[in-house]
Design a protein around this ligand. Structure first.
Ligand code: FAD
Length: 528
């Protein structure tokens, strides 16, 4: 067993999480010293690397940040922060240029102009993409290479944060553990500024498109430290995860429907045109509910790409084609079975326009945060954009760090593949974790009602006290689950990603964000 001092010093800023939000912030902080924590080797375990569509930016002729902001507000169902939408869309081009400068090979035409894709609810072609559906992977490869070349960034692979450390009301770092090491004392990593970029919570659901480690740890940790959480009830379910039974479920990107692919049930009936004038390109929540209801009524749902794409799917959507091949599905001659899956969290740790949370010393960016950009429903491809815009703002906001080069590695902490993979398998198969995920999918999912939400809260409370070992990691998950269910119970209306069968219409009374602390969520849970 390796031994090391249990207190480590980050020398400057500490970033928890190594998806696009974390790594982009680290690069923007350079040459100021920063330590980045990643539970696994860089690139693994992050939703960012799995993004298929791309990054939204008003870059094409005739498009404008104003139009992009308007589409964002329309998708967000009445509760997008107007100023946030205007600000983020205005900064999009500059951040895309950063990504290109750091080596992302965006698709371009013969004249060097970006080739732009289209996704649902965008009024223009504005998705900057790579090789059709490989944007996330390509962006992350480029960014990781840049991070590895940057001497002021210390990358620590193999550490998971468990709790935020507080001193006199200020966040001063984190307590963490090596992945798989459940028994030794947590390590304290001290930092002048702590940036939480540990992703969303899709993996809290039994059916999800998110990587296994993305399970609400960030929001749970921050809430346990007292942070204000915003809009936790708004979870986006992607309508077309590929239904192979795999966990996580691979995604069939919305861009396929953008290209004309249609949804049919096992009777061969196309059902979307009767539900919404935009048919398969209706807002995500509407398509997800339509698919959910088909499945609830005993039907199967398929994505039929044959007429729209034929065999061009193989070259134009290599990632989806590979997922199909691995599952024994032939998308050229057959149809792709699909199901709704938890995909993106609109809510998160409430931050201001500089990325500051309500806790001094703690900044939050990426899917872990709630900036007010997404409202009740995220517009496709706005999340990678939000991650880079707020990463840049946070780096600008953090003052008082002197440039420094060549940070020494933390001795004794390194990724051990065998141990790490085994730990993940154990975590994944833990009965308490699986039970929690089932509760979330069954009772806090695509459709909700008061009775089911109360039942969910009681069951989460029971799981929390009866789990064989209540670790901080599990508490982070049950905390996030409690916040989602409590806020969903409180919001007596339907809006965007939050649909209540007992309150199926939006209510003017609820045309605002939710703000909640863990204490309030626990009080709602106690009364359930
Ligand atoms: C399949 C899929 C396709 C998508 N397609 C698109 C798209 O085309 N366009 C778009 O804009 N968005 C897309 N999204 C959403 C987008 O990918 C995410 O919202 C975005 O990548 C979030 O970035 P992030 O850096 O906040 O989190 P992530 O990329 O998820 O990174 C989180 C990081 O935190 C780490 N972490 C987790 N817990 C801990 C802990 N306790 N301690 C330390 N580290 C921790 C993880 O290991 C990971 O490194 C997609 C999402 C998925 C799942």
């Amino acid at each position: 067993m390796t031994t090391f001092d249990n207190t480590l010093n980050a020398d400057g800023a500490l970033i928890v999480g190594a998806g696009l939000a974390g790594l982009f912030t680290a690069l923007k902080l350079a040459p100021r010293p920063v330590t980045v924590l990643s539970p696994k080797p860089l690139g693994m375990g992050a939703s960012s690397a799995w993004a298929q569509g791309g990054v939204a930016a008003a870059i094409g002729a005739g498009d404008s940040p104003r139009a992009h902001a308007q589409d964002t507000e329309m998708a967000g169902a009445g509760i997008v922060d107007h100023g946030t939408a205007e600000g983020v869309t205005a900064e999009a081009v500059a951040r895309i240029e950063d990504l290109a400068r750091w080596g992302t090979p965006f698709d371009r035409d013969d004249f060097g102009n970006f080739e732009l894709g289209r996704e649902a609810a965008h009024s223009a072609n504005r998705i900057v993409k790579v090789e059709g559906d490989r944007a996330g992977w390509a962006i992350m490869q480029a960014i990781i290479a840049q991070v590895r070349r940057t001497p002021s960034i210390r990358v620590v692979e193999g550490i998971t944060a468990l709790s935020l450390a507080r001193d006199n009301g200020r966040i001063v770092g984190i307590y963490g553990r090596r992945l798989g090491d459940r028994y030794s004392e947590p390590i304290f990593i001290r930092a002048r500024a702590t940036i939480l970029a540990a992703g969303g919570l899709g993996g809290l659901y039994a059916v999800t498109t998110n990587p296994p480690g993305v399970r609400g740890h960030a929001m749970g940790m921050a809430a346990r430290a007292g942070a204000i959480i915003a809009d936790p009830e708004f979870v986006q379910f992607h309508p077309t995860a590929i239904a192979t039974g795999a966990d996580p479920a691979p995604l069939a990107t919305e861009a396929l429907r953008g290209e004309g692919a249609i949804l049919v049930n096992d009777l061969g009936e196309r059902f979307m045109p009767a539900i919404h004038p935009d048919a398969e390109l209706a807002p995500r929540d509407i398509v997800a509910r339509a698919n959910f209801r088909q499945i609830q009524s005993g039907r199967q749902v398929f994505l039929d790409t044959r007429a729209a794409l034929g065999d061009t799917i193989l070259n134009r959507f290599p990632t989806v084609s590979r997922y199909c091949r691995e599952a024994g599905i032939d998308p050229v001659n057959g149809m792709i079975p699909v199901t709704p899956a938890a995909h993106f969290h609109m809510g998160g740790v409430k931050v201001d326009e500089r990325g500051r949370s309500s806790l001094p010393g703690l900044w939050v960016c990426g899917e872990a945060s709630c900036t007010g950009l997404h409202g009740a429903n995220r517009l496709a491809s706005n999340s990678l954009l939000e991650a880079v815009v707020y990463g840049a703002r946070i780096a600008e906001d953090i003052g008082g760090l002197e440039p420094q080069r060549d940070l020494a590695p933390f001795k004794g902490i390194e990724w051990n593949e065998a141990e790490g993979n085994q730990a993940e398998t154990v975590l994944r198969n833990t009965v308490a974790v699986q039970d929690l995920r089932r509760v979330m999918s069954d009772l806090v999912g695509v459709e909700r009602d008061a009775q089911g939400l109360r039942e969910a809260l009681r069951r989460i409370a029971h799981l929390e006290v009866s789990a064989e070992q209540v670790t901080s990691a599990y508490l982070n998950m049950t905390t996030s689950a409690t916040l989602v269910a409590a806020a969903a119970l409180k919001r007596n209306e339907s809006r965007g990603g939050h649909f209540r069968t007992d309150f199926p219409e939006p209510s003017e009374r609820w045309e605002h964000h939710t703000e909640m602390t863990l204490d309030e969520a626990l009080a709602i849970r106690a009364g359930a």
